[in-house]
Ligand binder design. Structure first.
Ligand code: LLP
Length: 375
């Protein structure tokens, strides 16, 4: 990425999101190479820009969605509806009905109520649907507590006790076929071990389901995941079952950036504050998960110092953290890295701010893929 290109981007105004298509393709290829016999469903929640979804569709991925809105976006890429998994712990009758009417094949459920909702809706429409039962993997992972989903106290998944009850009642159902097990241990996980542990627990539980076809191991890979054992195990299991994974972050996080501008520098303790024009409304991850996003300057100066980088939002949590940067001047540009996943998709109009523009870059050519908009 050269500075000329970055200045060109800044002409559209800051803060601004931009994505490198080459990096998205590189991440996709890497994952496909690791998981040769695995069905990959991109987790739409990570970034639901239509252009980005189209790239993942072209890569041959399916989509994992969690709402009617995400489902509509996924369908608008003209993907085969059979390549969409409808997930979520609180689907409504209207959402399930819409999904069935649009030919969605796979539904995950993680409560008796949600299983009964699938059955009721399928029955009303005189259809049979395929369901995957989400279990509690019971693994602790090293990630922010908000990003853990696999523990006993998590709101997601069925406990062993609940599984027994579900299976008893399931036996009487006519329009829902449980053909798989779903698990998801959390997000931004750097180690392979919890994935392996979770897979063995899924295998253990799998015995309760007759005619099991699918094991869905969810998403959760951090961008720094060093794959060794997971692909081996999943590829091996694919001799017996169809294996599904639902990665989001791994595919898109490091392909996305925010270009932002310094709007104020003021005395602070222990370091000076660098106020930038990007805040928690554009990138909420630092405020919500204490997430660290590398920030770089375009300037190359000998004088460097620590700053506390903060946004312009009227909240004390609107802080990116402490960064060692060149001595900055007003209006100079900074790049915030790893913003491709859960960046724009979690942005808001808080403080009456506009949603930023999004740009896709391919071969150094800029394409606007989402206009700046207010409400
Ligand atoms: N499958 C299920 C069932 C999920 O709940 C999620 C993410 C994924 C797949 C994709 O996970 P990934 O591969 O992207 O880690 N907003 C948070 C992340 C929340 C993830 C929610 N579920 C963040 O900014 O870090």
């Amino acid at each position: 990425m050269n500075n000329k290109l970055l200045y060109e981007i800044s002409n559209f105004g800051t803060p601004i999101y931009f994505y490198l298509k080459e990096k998205i393709l590189e991440n996709s290829e890497k994952l496909k190479n690791y998981f040769k016999n695995v069905n990959i469903f991109y987790a739409v929640k990570a970034n639901f820009n239509l252009k980005i979804l189209e790239i993942f569709k072209e890569q041959g991925f399916g989509f994992e969605v969690v709402s009617k809105g995400e489902l509509k976006l996924a369908l608008s890429t003209k993907i085969d509806p059979k390549k969409i998994i409808f997930n979520g712990n609180g689907k409504t009758y209207e959402e399930v009905k819409f999904a069935i009417e649009n030919g969605i094949e796979f539904f995950n459920f993680d409560s008796l109520d949600q299983l009964l909702l699938l059955e009721e809706t399928a029955k009303a429409l005189n259809k049979t649907i395929k369901a995957l039962m989400r279990i509690k993997p019971l693994v602790d992972v090293e990630t922010h507590s908000h990003l853990q989903t696999g523990t006993f106290t998590s709101k997601f998944g069925l406990s062993d006790e609940e599984i027994d009850e579900v299976i008893d009642i399931y036996k009487k159902l006519k329009n829902t076929k449980i053909i798989g097990i779903h698990s998801h241990i959390g997000s931004n996980i750097k180690d392979e071990e919890p994935f392996i542990k979770s897979a063995y627990r899924v295998l253990k539980i799998s015995k309760v389901i007759e005619n099991l076809e699918i094991l869905n191991f969810g998403g959760g890979f951090s961008i720094n995941m060093n794959f060794k054992e997971i692909p081996k195990l999943y590829n091996e299991l694919s001799n017996k079952y169809q294996i599904f994974i639902e990665p989001g972050r791994y595919l898109i996080a490091d392909a996305g950036f925010i270009l932002t501008k310094v709007i104020s520098i003021k005395k602070g303790y222990p370091y000076d504050f660098l106020v930038i024009d990007c805040g928690m409304s554009e990138l909420i991850r630092p405020a919500l998960y204490s997430a660290y996003h590398p920030i770089r300057s375009l300037e190359n100066r000998n004088s460097e110092k620590f700053y506390i980088v903060v946004g312009p939002i009227c909240e004390s949590s609107d802080v990116f953290g402490e960064y060692f940067l060149p001595n900055m001047k007003l209006n100079e540009l900074l790049i915030i890295e790893n913003c491709g996943a859960y960046g724009y998709s979690m942005s808001s109009n808080y403080n009456g701010r506009e949603k930023p523009l999004e740009i896709l870059i391919e071969n150094e050519k800029l394409e606007i893929i989402n206009e700046r908009k207010f409400l």
